[in-house]
Design a protein around this ligand. Structure first.
Ligand SMILES: [Zn+2]
Length: 292
C-alpha cells in the first residue's frame, strides 16, 4: 500500500514544473463510479492494471489523477509514419552507472541518482585512496537540441505500451529524463522477441522481490546506451506519463527500431510484475512526427 503511494508521489514530483503549463479540458461527463464491497469500503484503492484500480478507474481514485480521464494529450499512442521532419537532434550521453534496481510493484526499474558511489580511487605513493562519491561524473543525460535532460530512471512494460502502425511488441523500456525546468522527456524503445537482453537480465537477477526495496549493486555497472537500437530514427509527439497522475506535456521520443529480448525473460518479467501496459489513447489532433 505504502509503496504505491510513494510511487505516486515520485511521479508527482517528477512532473513538478509541468503543472503551470497544463490546461485541463473541462469534462462534462460524470466520472464512472467504482463499486467497492462494503467490507472494503474503508480501504483506499490503489492504481494498478486490473481489478478495482485498473486504468479505467484511475481518474476516480484521486483528484490528482483527473487527467487520466479528461486529458486530451495522453500516452501511450499508436505511432505511425505519415509525416517526416527535420527533428531536433538528440544526443545521448549515457555513462556507466552502478545498477540500482527497484521493484515498485508496478514495474521493474533501474534508478539513476547524482550520488552514485563509484569505486574510483586514486593511487598516491602506492596507496589507493577512494575518491569522494557524490560525483556527477557518472550521471547520464541526453541533449534535446541544446537543452540537457538528466536520466532519472528506466523501467519496463509488458507488452509494449506504444504501438507502431498498430503493432505492439513483447515489451517496452522507457528512459525517463528531466531538464532543469522540470520538463520531462521519455525515450521509448520496443523490445521484440529474439535474443537474450543483457541489461534486463541484470535487473531481473538483482532486483528485490520485495516491493519498494531499492538495492545498490556496487560491483555491477550498466550503461543505458545498451538499451538503444543502433539506428536512432524516432517518432516525436507530445504526450503524458502513462501512469497516474498522467501528467501531460511530456516529450515522447519512440524509437522506430526495436531491440531484442528472449521469450524466457518476458515470462520472468510477467511472473514478477504481470501485464503493466495502459491501453492506447486517442491521438486527437496530434500527429507523431518521424525523424528524417
Ligand atoms: Zn513507462
Amino acid at each position: 500500500m505504502k509503496t504505491k503511494l510513494n510511487y505516486a508521489l515520485l511521479m508527482t514530483s517528477l512532473s513538478l514544473g509541468l503543472a503551470a503549463n497544463i490546461t485541463h479540458a473541462e469534462s462534462t461527463k460524470k466520472a464512472p463510479i467504482v463499486k467497492v464491497s462494503a467490507e472494503h469500503a474503508h480501504k483506499t484503492i490503489h492504481w494498478g492494471y486490473d481489478g478495482a484500480g485498473s486504468p479505467k478507474a484511475w481518474p476516480t481514485l484521486k483528484t490528482e489523477y483527473v487527467l487520466c480521464g479528461s486529458g486530451q494529450r495522453q500516452s501511450p499512442v499508436d505511432v505511425y509514419s505519415s509525416k517526416f521532419a527535420n527533428l531536433f537532434p538528440v544526443q545521448f550521453n549515457y555513462r556507466d552507472v552502478v545498477l540500482q534496481p527497484l521493484n515498485n510493484g508496478h514495474t521493474l526499474q533501474a534508478n539513476y541518482t547524482d550520488t552514485v558511489t563509484t569505486k574510483n580511487s586514486v593511487i598516491i605513493g602506492g596507496t589507493s585512496y577512494p575518491i569522494a562519491s557524490n560525483t556527477k561524473k557518472y550521471s547520464s543525460s541526453l541533449m534535446l537540441g541544446d537543452v540537457p535532460y538528466e536520466l532519472l530512471q528506466f523501467h519496463y512494460h509488458a507488452p509494449s505500451e506504444h504501438a507502431l502502425n498498430g503493432q505492439h511488441y513483447a515489451m517496452e523500456v522507457d528512459l525517463v529524463h528531466r531538464n532543469a525546468d522540470g520538463n520531462i522527456a521519455i525515450v521509448g524503445v520496443f523490445l521484440k522477441k529474439g535474443t537474450h537482453n543483457k541489461v534486463l537480465q541484470n535487473v531481473l537477477d538483482n532486483v528485490s522481490v520485495t516491493i519498494n526495496q531499492p538495492r545498490i549493486i556496487q560491483e555491477l555497472l550498466i550503461n543505458a546506451t545498451d538499451l538503444l537500437p543502433n539506428k536512432r530514427d524516432y517518432f516525436y509527439y507530445n504526450g503524458s506519463l502513462t501512469t497516474p497522475p498522467c501528467t501531460e506535456n511530456v516529450n515522447w521520443m519512440v524509437m522506430k527500431n526495436p531491440i531484442e529480448v528472449s521469450e524466457k525473460q518476458v515470462a520472468h518479467f510477467i511472473k514478477l510484475i504481470g501485464n503493466n501496459a495502459r491501453s492506447l489513447q486517442p491521438l486527437n489532433w496530434r500527429e507523431p512526427l518521424g525523424s528524417l
